[in-house]
Structure formats: structure tokens, C-alpha cells
Design a protein around this ligand. Structure first.
Ligand code: SAH
Length: 232
């Protein structure tokens, strides 16, 4: 069983439309749509925005639905000049940029007393996503790199520069590293797929409104194609 998480309704709408034999269960205010997508058993859910929602959602998928892998599909702000609006980033790993215990000598992003700074994504899922992306989204570029998450919509050049420099991230969003942390703690494979909606700088708000739909289309299309090819 594959768990598919989008933070917002828009990010999972098309995926839910493609599902058949769907039954819905509501837990913690989240509607879990269990059914068949491209011949595979999946649970698709809108977690809500931010790390706490995403973390709760992932744990429910694991405990209640018994998923053995989790994929997060959605949109993000680019942290690099070569990653353009519409392009897709596949997480090599995820890190939480708003975790700061540097007062105790920890690196930025390091959760005290946890044995890792970032949460490595599953290499097989990355490979599969890259292959599928080239097939269904040939007009865009696909990147493998670090996804940096925090409970902040990054829409300022200075904040973007700080995050980009400290974490060497490829894109920033608000859920991926919470999903990564829960997957890590439960020892299940995961992947974050994010299409770029904005550049996380002073124009991010305007770009987001303009390009949100197009970016979501790219990530949802990949999510559906990847499920068809998934043999987990
Ligand atoms: N438009 C929404 C709020 C979206 S918050 C509303 O009005 O309710 C931004 C969402 O898109 C989050 O789920 C986050 O993961 C992602 N995102 C896209 N660009 C981002 C950026 N520049 N910084 C942080 N998150 C971003």
C-alpha cells in the first residue's frame, strides 16, 4: 500500500479523480481516500499545511493504513537559479530549516539528540520518479537534491539566501522534512516530489498565484505515472 500526501486539496485533486473503488475515512480532520490508482492500492490524503499536519498525517498512514512507502507530491519555492518555475525537484534528503538549537552547539536544522541532520529519501523511489518524470514531463527539467522545510512561506530574498547557503537546498516548502522525519523514525521509504511554483524571493507571492496551477499539474502527473510504474 502506497501513501500519497499533498498538503493542499489542489495538490491531490487530480490524483483522487483518477482513483477508483474509493472509500473515505476521516481521522484528525483529514480525509483519507483509500482505493485503486493505476492498478495499485493507495491511500491519498490532504494533510493540511505545515510540519505538524504533515507529521500527524504520515504517522496515521503508517499506523492505521499500514502503508509501506510514502510519497509527498506538491509545490515549492526554488532555492537555485538553475531550477525554474515548473521544474521538478526529487528529494535526495530533507531537512528542517527552522529547527535551531545552535545555542547548544548543534548545527542549524539538527534536532537535538537525533542521530541525523537530514532524512535520506529512498533511492529506488528517486530513480523511478526521475525515469517517469522524463517520460511524462519532457518539457521541464528534473533535479535530485535536498528539500528544505519549515513553517514559513519563504518570500524574501534575504531569507531565501540564508536558507540556501546554510542548507544547500534545492527548494523550500513546508511539509517534506516532517514526512521525512516520520518515515525515518518508522524505517519506511519515502520521497518528496515538488514542482516549482515560485522562487522563494520577493516576487514569490505573485509567482505563486500565477504558477501554482501549472506546477501542481506537473507534480500530479508525475505522481500518477509513478504509481503505475511502482512495484513496491
Ligand atoms: N495559498 C495558500 C497558502 C499556501 S502556503 C492559502 O492561501 O491557504 C504554501 C504551500 O506551498 C505550502 O504547502 C508549501 O509547502 C508550498 N510552498 C510553495 N512555495 C513555497 C515557498 N516559497 N516557501 C514555503 N512553502 C512554499
Amino acid at each position: 500500500m502506497l501513501g500519497i500526501i499533498g498538503a493542499m486539496d489542489e495538490e491531490v485533486a487530480k490524483i483522487k479523480e483518477h482513483m477508483t473503488e474509493t472509500t473515505i475515512e476521516k481521522i484528525a480532520g483529514m480525509e483519507f481516500h483509500k482505493g485503486i490508482l493505476e492498478g495499485k492500492d493507495v491511500v491519498t490524503v490532504r494533510s493540511g499545511i505545515g510540519k505538524v499536519n504533515a507529521g500527524i498525517c504520515t504517522q496515521i498512514l503508517i499506523d492505521h493504513f499500514g502503508v509501506n512507502a510514502v510519497i509527498n507530491t506538491g509545490i515549492a519555492g526554488s532555492l537555485r537559479g538553475d531550477i525554474k518555475i515548473g521544474d521538478i525537484v526529487l528529494s535526495t534528503d530533507t531537512v528542517q530549516h527552522d529547527m535551531d538549537a545552535s545555542g547548544f552547539g548543534y548545527s542549524y536544522g539538527q534536532i537535538p539528540r537525533l542521530d541525523t541532520l537530514s532524512f535520506p529519501a529512498d533511492e529506488k523511489l528517486i530513480d523511478l520518479a526521475e525515469k517517469c518524470c522524463r517520460e511524462v514531463n519532457p518539457h521541464i527539467n528534473v533535479f535530485r537534491g535536498r528539500v528544505v522545510s519549515g513553517d514559513q512561506f519563504v518570500s524574501e530574498q534575504t531569507k531565501k539566501d540564508t536558507i540556501a547557503n546554510i542548507f544547500e537546498g534545492f527548494c523550500t516548502e513546508m511539509e517534506g522534512a516532517a514526512i521525512g522525519q516520520v518515515a525515518y523514525l518508522n524505517k519506511i521509504p519515502y520521497l518528496v516530489i515538488r514542482a516549482i511554483s515560485d522562487n522563494a524571493d520577493d516576487t514569490a507571492g505573485i509567482d505563486y498565484d500565477t504558477f501554482e496551477k501549472q506546477a501542481i499539474e506537473n507534480s500530479a502527473k508525475l505522481m500518477i505515472a509513478m504509481t503505475a510504474a511502482y512495484e513496491g
